[in-house]
Design a protein around this ligand. Structure first.
Ligand code: GRF
Length: 194
């Protein structure tokens, strides 16, 4: 069985979309894959509760409990590796990862970013897209490399920017698409993983 480990920091709606799709499409039988664990750096991440309700193993590795990024990443890596993952999915995981961590999961670590990369890496993507006068925005699923919000693009979705949009309304429109393309990208990855 190919194990998927999902890392979250907040509401976990992308995680939930992946879990839902795994159930709907019966990934254990059809892809020989399962969501094995959901791990958060925040104990109060809303997504944790949701994962528990689905019977998924959860864990918290609190970054504030560690003196350095390296120490946090080592603890996180240990927790993840307990599940022998074929794929590690960053889903609203709001920590910058060390090069060593990224290297350890080379070719099995993916992220979703709420912009049309390579435009608007980093934070406040929707506000920046509006300020730039973009007519379109979107989301990108990409393989994670040592450079933040870079790495080979696996999937993208485009949405229009509409008159009167605020960062909030644009974020909601983009998030709807994230929930569509992220589960699809995970399934595609698993189909090609061995
Ligand atoms: C998503 O927009 C994701 O792209 C961004 O943070 C948000 C997380 O939402 N990096 P959720 O936790 O999956 O609901």
């Amino acid at each position: 069985m190919k194990n998927i480990v999902i890392l979250i920091s907040g509401s976990g709606s992308n995680m939930a979309a992946i879990v839902r799709r795994a159930q709907q499409e019966d990934w254990p039988r059809r892809l020989d894959a399962q969501v094995a664990a959901v791990i958060s750096n925040k104990a109060d991440a809303r997504g944790l509760q949701l994962a528990r309700e689905q019977g998924i193993v959860t864990a918290v590795v609190d970054h504030k409990a560690f003196p350095s990024r390296e120490a946090f990443d080592a603890a996180l890596q240990h927790e993840i590796d307990c599940h022998d993952p074929a794929l590690v999915v960053l889903a609203g995981f709001m920590r910058i990862l060390t090069a060593g961590f990224v290297q350890h999961y080379a070719d099995r670590l993916i992220n979703i970013h709420p912009s049309l990369l390579p435009a608007f890496a980093g934070l406040h993507t929707h506000q920046r897209a509006l300020e730039a006068g973009c007519k379109f925005a979107g989301a990108t699923v990409h393989q994670v490399t040592a450079e933040l919000d870079h790495g080979p693009i696996l999937a993208q979705a485009v949405v229009p920017v509409l008159p009167g949009d605020t960062p909030g309304t644009l974020a909601t429109r983009v998030l709807t698409q994230e929930h569509r393309i992220y589960p699809q990208a995970v399934a595609d990855f698993l189909r090609h993983a061995h």
